[in-house]
Design a protein around this ligand. Structure first.
Ligand SMILES: Nc1ncnc2c1ncn2[C@@H]1O[C@H](COP(=O)(O)OP(=O)(O)OP(=O)(O)O)[C@@H](O)[C@H]1O
Ligand SMILES: [Mg+2]
Length: 140
């Protein structure tokens, strides 16, 4: 992460996620930011899926959170970083949560593994009782 400059020329977009409408709003913003950044349709679709999964996780596992989009640059590469930050219960065992079909809600348990597959880089930090931050990056 240290290679990524924080001084992106475009201000980043952020939004509180408190309901399904907010998730839709976040996905629409991600779609237009990805288009502006120059992503092709398949990768715009992947970014939208990442955003929907991370925002729904905040909504259903943490009661809501904050969603951020950043345009990122490193050397001659540019891309988009998605961040999902919440102050929910945290993830007790991240390696379990990253496995296909692990879910504490009785749903499919494929959201986080899908985010990993669809992004170029993914970072999770979580502390039980304090919250969770997930970052997913996609380079052009
Ligand atoms: N923001 C979060 N806060 C707390 N726990 C989380 C968070 N995100 C994920 N988890 C935990 O990680 C598990 C796996 O997440 P994942 O998105 O893969 O599956 P899911 O949300 O349970 O089901 P699906 O996404 O397929 O509907 C969740 O069941 C939950 O226990
Ligand atoms: Mg999920």
């Amino acid at each position: 992460m240290s290679a990524i400059r924080a001084d992106s020329p475009r201000p980043y977009f952020n939004l509180s996620i408190n309901n399904e409408q907010d998730v839709g709003h976040a996905v629409r913003e991600a779609r237009s930011e990805a288009y502006l950044a120059g992503f092709d349709k398949p990768n715009i679709f992947k970014l939208c899926t990442i955003v929907a999964e991370l925002c729904r996780n905040m909504l259903y596992h943490a009661g809501g959170g904050e969603f951020v989009i950043r345009h990122i640059h490193s050397g001659n590469r540019s891309g988009i970083e998605i961040e999902a930050l919440d102050h929910g219960p945290g993830i007790a065992d991240i390696s379990m949560a990253m496995q296909d079909h692990f879910s504490t809600r009785g749903t499919l348990g494929i959201g986080l593994p899908a985010v990993k597959r669809l992004s170029d880089e993914m970072h999770i930090e979580s502390e039980p009782g304090k919250g969770t931050v997930v970052k997913a990056l996609k380079w052009l």
